[in-house]
Design a protein around this ligand. Structure first.
Ligand code: HEM
Length: 372
């Protein structure tokens, strides 16, 4: 089966259609669970085990189809050796990559005025929610992607995909303010592809802005790793890209259609900056992270619309020195193997400890919580 179409055939018209496409495999399984057990199953820890039981014991066809999907490999050959070099690059630089994920990728995703409506509707990312826990749970997911075996990644994707389907069900049945004609369906295919790129090519671009350059082979491997994730999260094959460049172009196309900050973008950005201001893991002030975010977004107009602060001369000089330091350091990592090894071991240890500490040693519940 062919996958990943060149962006030239991904037109505005096609992406408009994708706003009306969701994930029938997961949506049907969740609807079946609701038919058998009522809507309380949506907010219950056992959503996955319920679907498993319905599929395996009661032979419910929708649940069985959903489970069967995970027994197969993707329709392309996943080059795990390349993926490993991409994940090694991420783990080695995980502290800086974490900054990029939060203050570039996430903030950029908030600027999608139609996509962000699901986040405000659920409320977890707002001041009324539990922003820190929500993001540490997402960090746990990222940790599994960069450190876990393929089977662990699939298992995480299964649960998050069902959570997305539960959110979709909930919003469509309980949020009477939701306007499909305007926003498309919640967590639709265009939003899935755009968000997938914020974990993948957008991270690589943010790292480059800070001086952390990946080789072409690392970029390819990292992008292919997230392509695997996208597949098991229910993204359409046509929206899964074959290369870093292709994904970058698709991401730009989606941004040009969707990034148009509104009051929800401001609200979500403010909640994020406030929730992590002068706290772990980075212990950076509100002021610094607001300026860093502007630097990483690298789009003056977008940053102005989000009311992000600007580095003064001193800050800009510090960022330039930081850039030079990181560029040199990455070169050293490449030529002095023991440095690379130590950086990887340290990155792995830090990532695991941070997730462990911030979630108090518990695994994420991937439970739907509505705070609105
Ligand atoms: C394909 C890329 C995506 C990835 C890797 C991803 C990852 C995740 C993860 C790991 C969680 C669990 C977090 C937790 O339980 O605390 C989650 C939950 C959630 N995701 Fe996604 N997601 C993606 C796409 C999207 C999109 C496109 C939307 C909406 C526009 C979305 C909206 C949500 C919502 C509403 C939740 C439930 C938690 C909440 O209420 O905030 N996700 N996602």
């Amino acid at each position: 089966m062919a996958t990943a179409k060149s962006v030239t055939i991904i037109s505005d018209k096609y992406l408009n259609q994708m706003r009306l496409e969701c994930d029938p495999l997961a949506d049907d399984a969740v609807s079946a669970a609701v038919r058998y057990h009522g809507e309380r199953v949506l907010k219950c820890h056992e959503l996955y085990s319920t679907i498993k039981e319905l599929g395996e014991t009661y032979q419910d066809p929708s649940c069985a189809r959903f489970l069967e999907f995970y027994e197969h490999e993707p329709p392309w050959n996943v080059d795990w050796e390349k993926c490993d070099s991409g994940r090694r690059f991420f783990v080695r630089n995980s502290a800086i990559a974490g900054l990029v994920l939060m203050y570039c990728s996430l903030v950029k995703s908030f600027t999608a005025a139609f996509g962000n409506k699901v986040l405000t509707a659920m409320g977890r990312m707002t001041a009324y929610g539990d922003v820190r826990r929500r993001l540490f749970e997402t960090l746990h997911f990222v940790k599994e992607v960069v450190l876990g075996a393929p089977g662990d990644i699939k298992a995480e994707c299964t649960r998050v995909r069902l959570l997305h389907a539960a959110v979709r069900y909930y919003v469509q049945h309980h949020d009477n303010r939701w306007e499909v004609e305007k926003y498309g369906y919640p967590i639709n295919q265009e939003d899935l592809a755009g968000t997938l790129s914020t974990f993948s090519s957008v991270v690589l671009r943010g790292l480059e802005l800070l001086g952390v350059m990946a080789t072409d082979s690392e970029k390819y491997g990292y992008q292919q790793l997230w392509k695997f994730v996208g597949y098991y999260l229910g993204t359409e094959n046509d929206l899964l890209c074959d290369s870093y460049e292709e994904e970058k172009n698709l991401s730009d196309l989606i941004s040009s259609r969707q990034c148009n900050p509104d009051k929800d973008s401001l609200l979500l950005t403010e909640s994020l900056l406030q929730a992590f201001a002068s706290k772990s893991p980075f212990h950076l002030s509100y002021d610094t992270t607001s300026k860093l975010s502007r630097h990483l977004i690298n789009d003056k107009d977008l940053a102005n619309k989000l009311h992000l602060r600007t580095f003064g001369l001193l800050g800009q000089t510090a960022m330039t020195l930081f850039y030079v330091f990181l560029r040199l350091f990455v070169v050293i990592q490449r030529i002095v193997y023991p440095v690379e090894w130590v950086m990887y071991a340290f990155g792995k240890y830090s990532l695991k400890s941070l997730v462990e500490l911030s979630l108090n040693g518990r695994k994420p519940s991937y439970l739907m919580k509505a705070h609105s």
